[in-house]
Design a protein around this ligand. Structure first.
Ligand code: PMP
Ligand code: GLN
Length: 388
């Protein structure tokens, strides 16, 4: 047989699936893959259920149902003062995962360069490569995750087509500061490059940190595609409803990518997400508050156990350094050990670096009920005490 696609042959199964499977096999508490263990708002779920029963189950329009596109534009105005054209400036996708691929397909030609910031979400690099583009990687390092400004500036060149920015960032919990965003926007303007902004955790930000879309900076509207995810905003990760907003000329290209990927997204879920996005501000702040308490619970507990935790200002995750625990092995070995022996799963940080990862850091998800986090900490405590 002739060899099939070489890049996919080299790509392993995503770490999230690998660790969730190991977790299930060992009856572990899954603090690996990031998903909440409570349902999203009951009224939205009810609306999705009812919407299945009223005869609107055929293909929705290619770029999304008008009521959802209007709700996305209205939310963009409400939260960030960003005016978006609801008809031509929005493309609804089957999850942010599809949105990321669609944006990269819309902008990259073979031979172009895309700047990616490590640690990075695991779909970015394979998709850039599959499109025949070259990734220029810029590393953030623990514990500070500071933006290395000189290295970032040096990554730009004549072939730079875009920068992919994830803020709030998975796995670090970093929320890029106004000053950092300013610096990034300056480079993009200077080099006439585009920004693809993965902002799936936009509403999961813990005060005093504040999320500012890069798109809101001067001169950025025409060159930025902004991605959101109903899965994160409504704690319904299985729904896979994502959205891209941006200038109509670029959105029309993402729509052409989308028509070749999935073409459309389940209509009942789109209708329910439209209702969700119209929820009062109190819903969004309560979501962040709840997660912040869960972060604090896990953070305090991990510190008591001897982990050195790093600050997380947004998202679902805490990064923790386990080097003080005296474990012999790398981060992947540590995650396997705690999953199989302690009964708590986590994700090794090395999964988010293309090469030379920092060796002793793991990612724990805190989007779990307090009692579950408390039990996970108790299991880790027993394991640490029992390990010579
Ligand atoms: N980007 C980041 C940074 C994520 O963490 C995730 C998922 N968890 C996604 C994109 C994908 O979002 P979705 O589930 O809507 O496809
Ligand atoms: N984004 C989730 C995480 O980082 C996982 C999503 C997935 O499994 N594809 O844990």
């Amino acid at each position: 047989m002739k060899p099939a696609n070489a890049l996919l042959e080299q790509t392993g199964t995503t770490i999230f699936t690998v660790m969730s499977a190991l977790s299930l096999q060992h009856g572990a508490i899954n603090l690996g893959q990031g998903f909440p263990d409570t349902e999203g708002p009951a009224d939205i779920v009810q609306a999705a259920a009812e919407a299945l029963l009223d005869q609107r189950n055929q293909y929705p329009p290619l770029t999304g149902l008008p009521e959802l596109k209007s709700a996305i534009a209205a939310a963009s105005q409400r939260f960030y003062g960003l005016p978006i054209d609801p008809a031509a400036g929005v493309c609804v996708t089957s999850g942010a995962t599809e949105a990321i691929t669609a944006c990269l397909m819309a902008l990259l030609n073979p031979g172009d360069e895309a700047i990616l910031i490590e640690p990075l979400y695991d779909t970015y690099l394979p998709v850039v490569k599959l499109l025949g583009a070259t990734a220029r990687l810029v590393r953030l390092e623990p514990p500070g995750w500071e933006l290395p400004r000189a290295a970032l500036a040096a990554a730009f060149g004549p072939k730079t087509k875009l920068l992919l920015l994830n803020s709030p960032m998975n796995p670090t919990g970093k929320v890029f500061t106004p000053d950092e965003l300013d610096f990034i926007a300056g480079l993009l303007r200077q080099h006439d490059a585009y920004a693809v902004c993965d902002e799936v955790y936009e509403h999961l930000v813990f005060p005093p940190a504040r999320h500012i879309p890069l798109m809101a900076l001067p001169g950025m509207t025409a060159r930025t595609l902004r991605i959101g995810s109903a899965g994160k905003t409504f704690s319904l990760t299985g729904w896979k409803v994502g959205y891209i907003s941006g200038p109509p000329d670029l959105i029309s290209l993402t729509a052409k990518a989308h028509q070749n990927l999935t073409f459309t997204t389940a209509p009942n879920l789109q209708r329910a997400v439209a209702l969700g996005l119209a929820k009062p501000d109190a819903y969004f702040s309560a979501l962040a508050q709840t997660l912040m308490h869960q972060r604090d619970l896990l953070d305090t507990g991990l510190r008591r156990l001897g982990f050195r935790t790093l600050p997380a200002d947004g998202g679902y995750f805490i990064t923790a350094d386990f080097s003080a625990l005296g474990f012999h092995g790398d981060d992947a070995a540590f995650c396997r050990a705690i999953t199989t022996q302690a009964g708590v799963a986590a994700i090794p940080l090395s999964a988010f670096y293309a090469a030379s990862p920092p060796g002793s850091y793991v990612r724990f998800a805190f989007c779990k009920q307090p009692a579950v986090l408390t039990e996970a900490l108790a299991r880790l405590a027993r394991w640490i005490n029992a390990t010579p």
